[in-house]
Design a protein around this ligand. Structure first.
Ligand code: ZN
Length: 113
């Protein structure tokens, strides 16, 4: 709840271009297929990225390179442990369904339902 408030406040913040000293305009910037909120100077086109969105982009780049996850055991089944940052990123919740799809014999894809 408190986190949500901070997020809104950050996006409501006003930015002034450090070169032109004029207010920057809010803008959605697409970087590598991800929509990033930011501010752009209408004069010199300088942009400032929303820090939280920029963090998301960095994390997605990390995920694209691959992160290691541990396989655990639960009764007769094996379970995958999702790191907290992955849980937060994909907003995965306990009890939710994920679709497991085969790419080939060496690759498995998990798709949030
Ligand atoms: Zn400027």
């Amino acid at each position: 709840m408190a986190k949500e408030k901070i997020r809104k406040d950050t996006w409501q913040a006003r930015h002034t271009c450090t070169h032109c000293e004029i207010p920057m305009e809010k803008k959605k910037i697409i970087i590598e297929g991800i929509e990033i909120r930011g501010w752009e100077c209408s004069k010199c086109k300088e942009t400032v990225l929303h820090s939280e969105d920029a963090q998301k982009m960095l994390f997605l780049n990390k995920l694209k390179r691959g992160i290691k996850v541990k396989i655990g055991e639960l009764g007769q089944s094996l379970i995958i442990r999702f790191p907290k940052e992955v849980v937060d990123f994909y907003k995965i919740k306990k009890g939710e369904d994920l679709t497991l799809r085969a790419e080939d014999m060496k690759r498995i894809e998990l798709v949030p339902a």
